[in-house]
Design a protein around this ligand. Structure first.
Ligand code: SF4
Length: 233
């Protein structure tokens, strides 16, 4: 490993976890055997101390789970890094994968409308992220294992943002954040706790595009979220 590379990895607190592979893949950073529990624990600990730039760089180079093999871009998250509101979906779709930004397709437009309905705007006191940062092929749901591998990145984002309220968009986000198998209908309409931060569940905008009658329920959830936020300020 040359000195410059060593210096960069050291600044990212990623040594000695990352090493160069030999042979034709010499140019790629690869994580040492990810099945080694110690490596995973150490990586989580390293991520826990990263600042925004370090975290963005680590995500952009991440090969922790198989989703890295089919992604075009990682989708880190976007918005106000000191947001009061944090919206979390399940994972990037095709357009997001192409552009590297969450919620930019039709579902993104609907999310913007949902935000506007409660007086919010993307990037202004609002941050948007996903459970996984790489697109699951064919828009399938991320697996439990993929979500688990990606969790330290989101966890670090939440630590740095310190949102007042988290909105879980859809079943996958809700179940992963709350470590629950409960249905979305049973998780809606109440305030949950995510490591001391209130969390409210509503439908994913992509689901609402397919199930227009559920929009009324989502509106109810947003009103509930707005009332909850008022009580927190
Ligand atoms: Fe890494 Fe997350 Fe992408 Fe998997 S989904 S490769 S854990 S950034």
């Amino acid at each position: 490993m040359n000195d410059r590379r060593k210096q960069i990895l050291n600044e990212l607190n990623l040594l000695p976890l990352w090493q160069l592979k030999s042979g034709t893949q010499r140019q790629s950073h690869q994580l040492r055997s990810l099945s080694e529990p110690d490596s995973t624990i150490n990586l989580s600990q390293s991520i826990h101390h990263m600042d925004w730039d370090q975290l963005k760089q680590a995500v952009s180079q991440c090969t922790l789970c198989p989703l890295h093999q089919t992604r075009t871009n990682t989708v880190f998250g976007v918005g106000d890094e000191h947001a009061d509101w944090l919206f979390i979906g399940e994972g990037p779709g095709a357009r997001e994968d192409e552009l590297g930004e969450p919620f930019v397709g039709p579902a993104g437009k609907l999310l913007d409308q949902m935000l506007a309905a409660i007086g919010l705007k993307r990037g202004d006191r609002v941050y948007i992220a996903n459970i996984v940062k790489c697109r699951p092929p064919n828009n399938r749901n991320p697996s439990t294992e993929e979500a688990k591998q990606c969790e330290p990145y989101l966890s670090r984002q939440i630590d740095m943002i310190k949102p007042k309220l988290i909105i879980a968009l859809g079943k996958v986000a809700a179940q992963n954040l709350l470590d629950s198998d409960d249905s979305i209908s049973s998780l809606r309409g109440k305030t949950h706790d995510y490591r001391g931060i209130p969390l409210i569940v509503t439908y994913h905008p992509a689901y609402l595009l397919r199930s227009l009658p559920e929009k009324a329920k989502a509106w109810k959830d947003l009103c509930f979220a707005k009332t909850t936020m008022r009580s927190l300020v």
